[in-house]
Design a binder for this molecule. Sequence first.
Ligand SMILES: Cc1cc2nc3c(=O)[nH]c(=O)nc-3n(C[C@H](O)[C@H](O)[C@H](O)COP(=O)(O)OP(=O)(O)OC[C@H]3O[C@@H](n4cnc5c(N)ncnc54)[C@H](O)[C@@H]3O)c2cc1C
Length: 361
Amino acid sequence: MKTTALKHTPVKLAIVGGGAAGMFAAAVAAERRVPAVLIERKARLGSKVLMTANGRCNFTKDISADDFLSDVGPAAKFVERAIRECPPRKIIAGFKSLNVPLRRMADGRMFPADGKATTIVHAFGDLLRDSETPVLTNCPVTGIQPQKTGFIVATKNFTLWAENVLLATGGVSYPKLGSVGDGQNFARDLGHRLVPYRPGLIGLETNDPRITRRAGRRYEDGRAKVLGPDGATLFDYRGEVDCESFGLSGAAVYNSQRFIEHAHLKDWEIEVWFEHERLRFRNLKPRPVKEAIVTIGGVSLDDVDPETMQSRIVPHLYFAGEVLDIDGPTGGYNLTLAFATARKAVENIWKDSRYRSEATK
Ligand SMILES: Cc1cc2nc3c(=O)[nH]c(=O)nc-3n(C[C@H](O)[C@H](O)[C@H](O)COP(=O)(O)OP(=O)(O)OC[C@H]3O[C@@H](n4cnc5c(N)ncnc54)[C@H](O)[C@@H]3O)c2cc1C
Protein backbone atom coordinates (compact mmCIF):
# COMPACT_ATOMS: atom_id res chain seq x y z
CA MET A 1 0.00 0.00 0.00
CA LYS A 2 1.28 3.45 -0.90
CA THR A 3 1.92 5.61 2.14
CA THR A 4 1.31 9.27 1.53
CA ALA A 5 1.89 11.81 4.28
CA LEU A 6 -1.16 12.01 6.47
CA LYS A 7 -2.18 15.20 8.20
CA HIS A 8 -3.95 15.64 11.51
CA THR A 9 -7.38 16.97 10.63
CA PRO A 10 -9.83 18.28 13.18
CA VAL A 11 -13.45 17.20 13.00
CA LYS A 12 -15.70 20.16 12.29
CA LEU A 13 -17.99 19.36 15.21
CA ALA A 14 -17.71 17.12 18.28
CA ILE A 15 -21.10 16.59 19.90
CA VAL A 16 -20.67 15.54 23.52
CA GLY A 17 -23.71 13.58 24.74
CA GLY A 18 -25.91 11.28 22.67
CA GLY A 19 -29.26 12.09 24.25
CA ALA A 20 -32.17 14.04 22.80
CA ALA A 21 -30.18 17.17 21.96
CA GLY A 22 -27.06 15.31 20.82
CA MET A 23 -28.89 12.90 18.49
CA PHE A 24 -30.90 15.75 16.98
CA ALA A 25 -27.74 17.83 16.55
CA ALA A 26 -26.03 14.93 14.76
CA ALA A 27 -29.07 14.55 12.50
CA VAL A 28 -29.00 18.25 11.57
CA ALA A 29 -25.24 18.06 11.01
CA ALA A 30 -25.83 15.13 8.63
CA GLU A 31 -28.53 17.10 6.79
CA ARG A 32 -26.21 20.12 6.46
CA ARG A 33 -23.17 17.98 5.70
CA VAL A 34 -21.26 19.37 8.65
CA PRO A 35 -18.69 16.64 9.48
CA ALA A 36 -19.47 15.62 13.06
CA VAL A 37 -18.78 12.93 15.62
CA LEU A 38 -21.29 12.03 18.32
CA ILE A 39 -19.75 10.93 21.63
CA GLU A 40 -21.86 9.18 24.28
CA ARG A 41 -20.76 7.87 27.67
CA LYS A 42 -23.31 5.05 27.86
CA ALA A 43 -23.42 1.87 25.77
CA ARG A 44 -26.35 3.13 23.71
CA LEU A 45 -27.75 6.42 22.49
CA GLY A 46 -30.79 8.08 24.05
CA SER A 47 -31.02 6.23 27.38
CA LYS A 48 -33.19 8.96 28.88
CA VAL A 49 -35.31 9.36 25.77
CA LEU A 50 -36.16 5.67 26.11
CA MET A 51 -37.57 6.41 29.58
CA THR A 52 -39.73 9.35 28.54
CA ALA A 53 -43.48 9.19 29.12
CA ASN A 54 -43.11 5.70 30.62
CA GLY A 55 -41.30 4.46 27.53
CA ARG A 56 -43.79 6.03 25.10
CA CYS A 57 -41.89 9.27 24.33
CA ASN A 58 -44.08 12.35 24.23
CA PHE A 59 -41.64 14.06 21.87
CA THR A 60 -43.48 17.37 21.32
CA LYS A 61 -46.85 19.10 21.46
CA ASP A 62 -48.70 20.01 18.29
CA ILE A 63 -49.22 23.69 19.03
CA SER A 64 -48.00 26.93 17.46
CA ALA A 65 -44.64 28.44 18.36
CA ASP A 66 -46.51 31.31 20.08
CA ASP A 67 -48.50 28.93 22.28
CA PHE A 68 -45.39 26.88 23.02
CA LEU A 69 -43.48 29.99 24.08
CA SER A 70 -46.31 31.30 26.24
CA ASP A 71 -46.49 27.93 28.07
CA VAL A 72 -42.76 27.41 28.52
CA GLY A 73 -42.10 29.84 31.37
CA PRO A 74 -38.89 31.66 32.32
CA ALA A 75 -36.78 30.20 29.48
CA ALA A 76 -39.12 31.60 26.80
CA LYS A 77 -37.10 34.71 26.02
CA PHE A 78 -33.87 32.76 25.59
CA VAL A 79 -35.34 29.99 23.44
CA GLU A 80 -37.64 32.17 21.34
CA ARG A 81 -35.45 32.25 18.22
CA ALA A 82 -34.63 28.55 18.47
CA ILE A 83 -38.32 27.63 18.80
CA ARG A 84 -39.45 29.93 15.98
CA GLU A 85 -36.90 28.30 13.67
CA CYS A 86 -37.70 24.78 14.88
CA PRO A 87 -41.31 24.88 16.14
CA PRO A 88 -43.20 21.74 17.17
CA ARG A 89 -44.69 21.38 13.70
CA LYS A 90 -41.25 21.25 12.10
CA ILE A 91 -40.25 18.51 14.56
CA ILE A 92 -43.41 16.58 13.70
CA ALA A 93 -42.72 16.99 9.97
CA GLY A 94 -39.14 15.83 10.57
CA PHE A 95 -40.22 12.55 12.18
CA LYS A 96 -42.81 12.04 9.42
CA SER A 97 -40.08 12.46 6.82
CA LEU A 98 -38.16 9.69 8.61
CA ASN A 99 -41.26 7.48 8.12
CA VAL A 100 -42.10 7.36 11.83
CA PRO A 101 -45.89 6.85 12.16
CA LEU A 102 -47.19 9.31 14.76
CA ARG A 103 -50.13 9.62 17.08
CA ARG A 104 -51.65 12.93 18.20
CA MET A 105 -53.58 13.07 21.47
CA ALA A 106 -56.63 15.34 21.81
CA ASP A 107 -54.55 17.93 23.70
CA GLY A 108 -51.85 17.95 21.00
CA ARG A 109 -49.26 15.74 22.73
CA MET A 110 -47.37 13.76 20.10
CA PHE A 111 -46.10 10.18 20.39
CA PRO A 112 -44.80 7.54 18.00
CA ALA A 113 -47.93 5.63 16.87
CA ASP A 114 -46.67 2.34 18.29
CA GLY A 115 -46.21 3.97 21.71
CA LYS A 116 -42.55 2.97 21.80
CA ALA A 117 -39.73 5.41 22.54
CA THR A 118 -37.37 2.91 20.88
CA THR A 119 -38.98 3.86 17.55
CA ILE A 120 -37.77 7.44 17.99
CA VAL A 121 -34.27 6.43 19.06
CA HIS A 122 -34.04 3.92 16.19
CA ALA A 123 -35.10 6.62 13.72
CA PHE A 124 -32.09 8.69 14.82
CA GLY A 125 -29.86 5.60 14.76
CA ASP A 126 -30.92 4.75 11.19
CA LEU A 127 -30.35 8.31 10.02
CA LEU A 128 -26.88 8.39 11.57
CA ARG A 129 -26.03 5.00 10.05
CA ASP A 130 -27.24 6.05 6.59
CA SER A 131 -25.34 9.32 6.74
CA GLU A 132 -22.22 7.51 8.00
CA THR A 133 -22.01 9.78 11.03
CA PRO A 134 -19.36 8.44 13.39
CA VAL A 135 -20.87 7.54 16.77
CA LEU A 136 -18.70 6.67 19.76
CA THR A 137 -20.52 4.90 22.58
CA ASN A 138 -19.09 3.71 25.91
CA CYS A 139 -16.99 6.83 25.67
CA PRO A 140 -17.29 9.41 28.46
CA VAL A 141 -15.66 12.71 27.60
CA THR A 142 -13.35 13.65 30.45
CA GLY A 143 -12.26 17.16 29.48
CA ILE A 144 -12.44 19.93 26.90
CA GLN A 145 -9.52 22.24 26.32
CA PRO A 146 -9.58 25.21 23.93
CA GLN A 147 -6.54 25.44 21.58
CA LYS A 148 -5.37 28.12 19.19
CA THR A 149 -7.64 26.42 16.65
CA GLY A 150 -10.51 24.41 18.04
CA PHE A 151 -10.48 22.14 21.06
CA ILE A 152 -8.90 19.02 22.41
CA VAL A 153 -11.72 16.74 23.46
CA ALA A 154 -10.35 14.20 25.92
CA THR A 155 -11.76 10.75 26.61
CA LYS A 156 -10.29 8.13 28.92
CA ASN A 157 -8.05 6.56 26.28
CA PHE A 158 -7.55 9.07 23.49
CA THR A 159 -8.11 12.67 22.43
CA LEU A 160 -9.89 14.24 19.48
CA TRP A 161 -9.30 17.55 17.80
CA ALA A 162 -12.50 19.44 17.00
CA GLU A 163 -13.10 22.88 15.48
CA ASN A 164 -16.39 23.26 17.35
CA VAL A 165 -17.75 21.51 20.44
CA LEU A 166 -21.42 21.18 21.32
CA LEU A 167 -22.07 20.24 24.94
CA ALA A 168 -25.32 18.26 25.03
CA THR A 169 -24.71 16.31 28.22
CA GLY A 170 -28.13 16.89 29.82
CA GLY A 171 -29.13 17.88 33.35
CA VAL A 172 -28.43 16.02 36.57
CA SER A 173 -31.60 14.01 37.08
CA TYR A 174 -31.64 10.23 36.60
CA PRO A 175 -27.80 10.10 36.73
CA LYS A 176 -27.86 6.36 35.98
CA LEU A 177 -28.97 7.30 32.47
CA GLY A 178 -25.68 9.16 31.96
CA SER A 179 -26.50 12.79 32.75
CA VAL A 180 -24.34 13.55 35.77
CA GLY A 181 -23.47 17.22 35.23
CA ASP A 182 -20.22 16.77 33.26
CA GLY A 183 -21.09 19.45 30.71
CA GLN A 184 -21.88 21.96 33.44
CA ASN A 185 -18.52 21.16 35.10
CA PHE A 186 -16.62 21.60 31.83
CA ALA A 187 -18.44 24.89 31.27
CA ARG A 188 -17.68 26.09 34.81
CA ASP A 189 -14.00 25.21 34.42
CA LEU A 190 -13.96 27.30 31.24
CA GLY A 191 -15.36 30.34 33.07
CA HIS A 192 -19.15 30.00 32.69
CA ARG A 193 -21.51 30.67 35.55
CA LEU A 194 -23.79 27.89 36.77
CA VAL A 195 -27.27 28.41 38.18
CA PRO A 196 -27.74 26.03 41.16
CA TYR A 197 -29.62 22.81 40.43
CA ARG A 198 -33.18 22.33 41.64
CA PRO A 199 -35.70 19.62 40.83
CA GLY A 200 -38.30 20.40 38.16
CA LEU A 201 -41.42 18.33 37.55
CA ILE A 202 -41.20 16.12 40.61
CA GLY A 203 -43.51 14.61 43.20
CA LEU A 204 -44.25 16.17 46.60
CA GLU A 205 -43.87 14.26 49.85
CA THR A 206 -46.68 13.69 52.34
CA ASN A 207 -47.50 10.81 54.63
CA ASP A 208 -51.16 11.84 54.84
CA PRO A 209 -53.06 8.53 54.84
CA ARG A 210 -55.72 9.95 52.49
CA ILE A 211 -52.95 9.90 49.87
CA THR A 212 -50.73 7.01 50.94
CA ARG A 213 -53.56 4.51 51.33
CA ARG A 214 -54.33 5.15 47.66
CA ALA A 215 -50.70 4.56 46.57
CA GLY A 216 -50.56 3.40 42.96
CA ARG A 217 -53.86 5.01 41.94
CA ARG A 218 -53.94 7.48 39.06
CA TYR A 219 -56.63 10.11 38.54
CA GLU A 220 -56.60 11.44 34.99
CA ASP A 221 -59.32 14.03 35.65
CA GLY A 222 -57.43 15.65 38.48
CA ARG A 223 -56.54 19.24 39.18
CA ALA A 224 -53.96 21.05 41.29
CA LYS A 225 -53.88 24.65 42.45
CA VAL A 226 -51.07 26.56 44.10
CA LEU A 227 -52.20 29.13 46.66
CA GLY A 228 -50.16 31.94 48.15
CA PRO A 229 -50.06 32.80 51.89
CA ASP A 230 -53.17 35.05 51.46
CA GLY A 231 -55.10 32.16 49.86
CA ALA A 232 -54.96 33.67 46.36
CA THR A 233 -54.70 31.17 43.51
CA LEU A 234 -51.32 31.57 41.84
CA PHE A 235 -51.41 28.56 39.53
CA ASP A 236 -54.20 26.25 38.42
CA TYR A 237 -53.70 23.15 36.25
CA ARG A 238 -56.15 20.45 35.20
CA GLY A 239 -54.41 17.14 34.65
CA GLU A 240 -53.43 13.86 36.20
CA VAL A 241 -53.01 13.57 39.98
CA ASP A 242 -51.39 10.34 41.20
CA CYS A 243 -51.14 8.96 44.72
CA GLU A 244 -47.82 7.37 45.66
CA SER A 245 -46.37 5.75 48.75
CA PHE A 246 -44.25 8.92 49.22
CA GLY A 247 -47.05 11.38 48.46
CA LEU A 248 -48.29 13.09 45.28
CA SER A 249 -47.25 12.97 41.64
CA GLY A 250 -48.81 13.24 38.16
CA ALA A 251 -48.76 16.05 35.59
CA ALA A 252 -50.89 18.49 37.63
CA VAL A 253 -48.63 18.07 40.69
CA TYR A 254 -45.44 18.19 38.61
CA ASN A 255 -46.40 21.43 36.89
CA SER A 256 -47.46 22.94 40.23
CA GLN A 257 -44.14 21.98 41.81
CA ARG A 258 -42.27 23.55 38.89
CA PHE A 259 -44.31 26.73 39.28
CA ILE A 260 -43.49 26.87 43.03
CA GLU A 261 -39.78 26.34 42.32
CA HIS A 262 -39.58 29.04 39.66
CA ALA A 263 -41.61 31.52 41.73
CA HIS A 264 -39.26 30.85 44.70
CA LEU A 265 -42.32 30.52 46.95
CA LYS A 266 -41.47 29.96 50.60
CA ASP A 267 -44.97 29.66 52.05
CA TRP A 268 -47.60 28.08 49.86
CA GLU A 269 -50.39 25.56 49.78
CA ILE A 270 -51.30 23.04 47.11
CA GLU A 271 -54.90 22.01 46.64
CA VAL A 272 -55.35 18.71 44.81
CA TRP A 273 -58.66 17.55 43.38
CA PHE A 274 -59.33 13.97 42.41
CA GLU A 275 -62.31 11.63 42.59
CA HIS A 276 -64.53 13.34 45.20
CA GLU A 277 -61.61 14.64 47.22
CA ARG A 278 -60.31 18.17 47.46
CA LEU A 279 -57.32 18.23 49.79
CA ARG A 280 -54.95 21.01 50.83
CA PHE A 281 -51.34 20.64 51.91
CA ARG A 282 -48.81 23.22 53.01
CA ASN A 283 -45.14 23.54 52.05
CA LEU A 284 -44.60 19.93 51.00
CA LYS A 285 -41.03 18.83 50.35
CA PRO A 286 -40.20 17.92 46.75
CA ARG A 287 -38.49 14.60 46.01
CA PRO A 288 -34.74 14.93 45.23
CA VAL A 289 -33.40 16.33 41.96
CA LYS A 290 -32.03 12.94 40.90
CA GLU A 291 -35.64 11.76 40.52
CA ALA A 292 -36.84 14.86 38.66
CA ILE A 293 -38.09 14.82 35.09
CA VAL A 294 -36.06 17.93 34.43
CA THR A 295 -33.27 19.91 36.07
CA ILE A 296 -33.87 23.56 36.83
CA GLY A 297 -30.50 25.32 36.77
CA GLY A 298 -27.36 24.60 34.77
CA VAL A 299 -25.21 26.77 32.50
CA SER A 300 -26.30 30.38 32.96
CA LEU A 301 -28.18 31.80 29.98
CA ASP A 302 -26.29 35.07 30.50
CA ASP A 303 -23.16 33.34 29.23
CA VAL A 304 -24.73 31.93 26.04
CA ASP A 305 -25.90 33.79 22.93
CA PRO A 306 -29.52 32.81 22.15
CA GLU A 307 -29.00 33.71 18.48
CA THR A 308 -26.41 30.97 18.08
CA MET A 309 -26.30 28.83 21.30
CA GLN A 310 -22.60 29.75 21.32
CA SER A 311 -20.74 30.57 24.52
CA ARG A 312 -20.14 34.26 25.07
CA ILE A 313 -16.91 33.29 26.83
CA VAL A 314 -15.28 30.58 24.70
CA PRO A 315 -15.77 30.99 20.92
CA HIS A 316 -16.86 27.83 19.05
CA LEU A 317 -18.20 26.20 22.22
CA TYR A 318 -21.94 25.54 21.97
CA PHE A 319 -24.67 24.28 24.30
CA ALA A 320 -28.01 22.54 23.73
CA GLY A 321 -30.68 20.94 25.88
CA GLU A 322 -30.87 20.50 29.61
CA VAL A 323 -27.19 21.32 30.25
CA LEU A 324 -28.49 24.88 29.95
CA ASP A 325 -30.65 26.56 32.57
CA ILE A 326 -33.79 25.90 30.54
CA ASP A 327 -36.80 23.76 31.37
CA GLY A 328 -40.43 23.47 30.37
CA PRO A 329 -43.65 21.96 31.70
CA THR A 330 -44.69 18.34 31.13
CA GLY A 331 -46.21 17.45 27.78
CA GLY A 332 -43.35 17.22 25.26
CA TYR A 333 -41.87 20.64 26.02
CA ASN A 334 -38.50 19.45 27.31
CA LEU A 335 -37.65 17.24 24.35
CA THR A 336 -38.76 20.06 22.04
CA LEU A 337 -36.41 22.45 23.86
CA ALA A 338 -33.55 19.98 23.47
CA PHE A 339 -34.25 19.50 19.74
CA ALA A 340 -34.73 23.19 18.93
CA THR A 341 -31.62 24.40 20.79
CA ALA A 342 -29.58 21.63 19.13
CA ARG A 343 -30.79 22.70 15.69
CA LYS A 344 -29.95 26.33 16.43
CA ALA A 345 -26.38 25.46 17.43
CA VAL A 346 -25.68 23.28 14.39
CA GLU A 347 -27.29 25.72 11.95
CA ASN A 348 -24.96 28.37 13.28
CA ILE A 349 -21.90 26.15 12.92
CA TRP A 350 -23.00 25.37 9.37
CA LYS A 351 -23.53 29.04 8.49
CA ASP A 352 -20.30 30.04 10.19
CA SER A 353 -18.21 27.43 8.36
CA ARG A 354 -19.85 28.30 5.01
CA TYR A 355 -19.09 31.95 5.59
CA ARG A 356 -15.48 31.18 6.47
CA SER A 357 -14.91 28.88 3.51
CA GLU A 358 -16.46 31.51 1.17
CA ALA A 359 -14.15 34.11 2.71
CA THR A 360 -11.03 32.03 2.05
CA LYS A 361 -11.92 31.32 -1.62
C1 LIG B 1 -38.60 9.76 33.55
C2 LIG B 1 -38.56 10.90 32.57
C3 LIG B 1 -39.60 11.09 31.69
C4 LIG B 1 -39.58 12.16 30.79
N1 LIG B 1 -40.60 12.29 29.89
C5 LIG B 1 -40.56 13.29 28.98
C6 LIG B 1 -41.55 13.39 27.95
O1 LIG B 1 -42.41 12.52 27.80
N2 LIG B 1 -41.48 14.44 27.11
C7 LIG B 1 -40.49 15.38 27.19
O2 LIG B 1 -40.50 16.32 26.38
N3 LIG B 1 -39.51 15.28 28.11
C8 LIG B 1 -39.51 14.27 28.99
N4 LIG B 1 -38.50 14.14 29.90
C9 LIG B 1 -37.39 15.13 29.87
C10 LIG B 1 -36.42 14.83 28.72
O3 LIG B 1 -36.11 13.45 28.69
C11 LIG B 1 -35.14 15.63 28.87
O4 LIG B 1 -35.43 16.98 29.10
C12 LIG B 1 -34.26 15.48 27.62
O5 LIG B 1 -33.88 14.13 27.45
C13 LIG B 1 -33.04 16.37 27.70
O6 LIG B 1 -32.25 16.13 26.58
P1 LIG B 1 -30.67 16.34 26.64
O7 LIG B 1 -30.13 15.86 25.36
O8 LIG B 1 -30.36 17.70 27.10
O9 LIG B 1 -30.20 15.36 27.81
P2 LIG B 1 -30.22 13.75 27.85
O10 LIG B 1 -31.31 13.23 26.99
O11 LIG B 1 -30.18 13.40 29.28
O12 LIG B 1 -28.86 13.34 27.14
C14 LIG B 1 -27.61 13.66 27.67
C15 LIG B 1 -26.65 12.59 27.20
O13 LIG B 1 -25.31 13.00 27.45
C16 LIG B 1 -24.56 11.87 27.86
N5 LIG B 1 -23.39 12.34 28.59
C17 LIG B 1 -23.37 12.98 29.79
N6 LIG B 1 -22.10 13.26 30.14
C18 LIG B 1 -21.30 12.79 29.14
C19 LIG B 1 -19.89 12.77 28.93
N7 LIG B 1 -19.02 13.27 29.83
N8 LIG B 1 -19.42 12.20 27.80
C20 LIG B 1 -20.25 11.67 26.88
N9 LIG B 1 -21.61 11.64 27.04
C21 LIG B 1 -22.12 12.21 28.16
C22 LIG B 1 -25.54 11.09 28.73
O14 LIG B 1 -25.16 9.76 28.89
C23 LIG B 1 -26.85 11.27 27.96
O15 LIG B 1 -27.06 10.23 27.03
C24 LIG B 1 -38.49 13.06 30.80
C25 LIG B 1 -37.43 12.87 31.69
C26 LIG B 1 -37.46 11.79 32.56
C27 LIG B 1 -36.30 11.61 33.51
